[in-house]
Design a protein around this ligand. Structure first.
Ligand SMILES: [Zn+2]
Length: 356
C-alpha cells in the first residue's frame, strides 16, 4: 500500500488507527491507572512477595515541559524526578545490578533489576547519568550508530518534531486538513489531540515500505511546506558515549539506521547488525555483546541473525520478568515511562508481570 503522490494523501491506511481510537485508548489507560492506584493502597508490598529479575527499558528523560515541546510519545519519556524516585524505590525492594550480572547470575535470591536506555538520547547524559553515578549504577545504552555519527535524528523522531513545529507555528489547520480523516477534525483541535494526530501519522508511516514511506513523507513535507527545523543536538556524541563506557556502563547496538528489522531480508539485517557492532567497537575500543530491536519489532529471521552476527543477547520490549527459559535473542525488557512508572503503580506492574 502506498500514499498517493498528490497533495491529497491516501487516507485508507489512516483509518486503521484513527485519533478517535487513540483518545479512546488513552481514556481507558487513565481509568486503569486510577483503578490500579486504588488497589495499591491495599497491597503496597506485593513485589516483595514475588521476587524476580527485571530489565528496564528507558528512552528519554525529560521534564514535562520539554516532553511537550519535543512532541514526545508518552510511552518514551519520564521526568528526572520520577526516574530518581524509581531508582530509590528499586534499591529499597531489591538490588540494581549491571545487565551482565543480571543475565549471568541466576541464583542470588530477591529482586534484581538492570537499567537500559535506547536511542542514545542526549537527555540521558544530562539527566540520567548524574543519578546513575550518584547511586553507583552501571546501565546499558543501546546506540543507533548513524544518528550518533551524524548528530541527526532518525526519521520517526525527525518527522514528529517537524510536524509538531508546523502545528505550533500556525500551520495547525493545514496539518489537520492533511493528516485527519474527514469528520475527525474536531478531535485534533486540543493540544493532546494534535499530539495524537502527529504520533498517529508517524505510526502509520512505519507500516509502509521504505520507498513508499519516503514518497509519503516527501508528499506531506510538500503539502505542509515543512521546513527542515532544528532536529539536531538531541543525540549523544561519540565522546559522550566513550565517557559512559569509561565510567563502566555497557554500550550495546540498536542497529545503524534504527531500521525496524521485522519483515526485512537477512542480508539487510546482517548489515545493520554487523556495521553497527563494528562501528561501536571501533569507537569505544571494546567488544559489543548486546543488541536491542528498534521499535521492539523482530521476526524469526532477525532474531536468528542476532546471535549469528556475534551478539550474546538480543533484547525485545515485553513487560515480563526474566526466567531461565528466556531466549538469548529475545530477552524481555520492561517498558517504563512517566505515564506508567510512578511508585506504587510501577511496583504493582512488576509484581503482576509474568515470565518470558
Ligand atoms: Zn529505538
Amino acid at each position: 500500500m502506498s500514499f498517493s503522490t498528490t497533495p491529497q494523501l491516501d487516507r485508507r491506511i489512516f483509518r486503521s488507527c484513527s485519533p478517535r481510537h487513540v483518545s479512546r485508548a488513552r481514556r481507558g489507560l487513565v481509568q486503569g491507572i486510577a483503578r490500579a492506584a486504588q488497589l495499591l493502597r491495599v497491597t503496597p508490598t506485593l513485589l516483595a512477595t514475588r521476587p524476580g529479575r527485571y530489565i528496564f527499558a528507558y528512552h528519554r528523560i525529560l521534564t514535562p515541559d520539554e516532553a511537550s515541546q519535543e512532541w514526545c510519545h508518552p510511552s518514551i519519556w519520564i521526568s528526572p524526578e520520577t526516574f530518581e524516585a524509581q531508582i530509590a524505590h528499586l534499591q529499597k525492594v531489591g538490588r540494581i545490578v549491571s545487565l551482565q550480572s543480571l543475565l549471568e547470575d541466576t541464583t542470588t535470591p530477591g529482586n534484581r533489576f538492570a537499567i537500559t536506555f535506547d536511542d542514545a538520547w542526549a537527555d540521558n547524559y544530562r539527566y540520567a547519568l548524574p543519578v546513575l553515578e550518584k547511586n553507583r549504577i552501571q546501565a546499558c545504552f543501546f546506540v543507533p550508530t548513524q544518528a550518533v555519527s551524524t548528530g541527526e535524528l532518525f526519521w520517526t523522531e525527525r518527522l514528529a518534531l517537524q510536524l509538531g513545529h508546523a502545528a505550533s507555528s500556525g500551520s495547525a489547520g493545514a496539518l489537520i486538513d492533511t493528516l485527519c480523516i474527514p469528520g475527525e477534525q474536531a478531535i485534533a483541535t486540543s493540544p493532546a489531540g494534535m499530539l495524537a494526530l502527529v504520533l498517529d501519522c508517524v505510526e502509520r508511516l512505519k507500516l509502509l515500505s521504505d520507498a513508499d514511506r519516503d514518497a509519503a513523507i516527501a508528499d506531506i513535507a510538500r503539502t505542509l511546506k515543512l521546513g527542515a527545523g532544528n532536529t539536531s543536538g538531541r543525540v549523544m556524541s561519540w565522546d559522550q558515549i566513550r565517557e559512559l563506557h569509561r565510567l563502566g556502563h555497557e554500550i550495546g547496538s540498536h542497529t545503524r539506521t534504527h531500521r525496524i528489522l521485522q519483515g526485512v531480508d537477512a542480508e539487510t539485517v546482517d548489515r545493520e547488525l554487523q556495521d553497527s557492532k563494528t562501528e561501536i567497537e571501533r569507537e569505544i575500543g571494546a567488544s559489543v555483546r548486546y543488541f536491542c530491536y528498534p521499535n521492539a519489532r523482530y521476526d524469526q529471521v532477525s532474531a536468528a541473525r542476532v546471535t549469528a552476527c556475534g551478539y550474546e543477547r538480543g533484547f525485545r520490549m515485553h513487560n515480563l520478568r526474566m526466567d531461565a527459559a528466556s531466549q538469548p535473542a529475545t530477552v524481555p525488557r520492561f517498558s517504563v515511562a512517566e505515564v506508567n512508572g510512578r511508585i506504587p503503580l510501577l511496583d504493582w506492574r512488576l509484581a503482576m508481570s509474568g515470565t518470558g
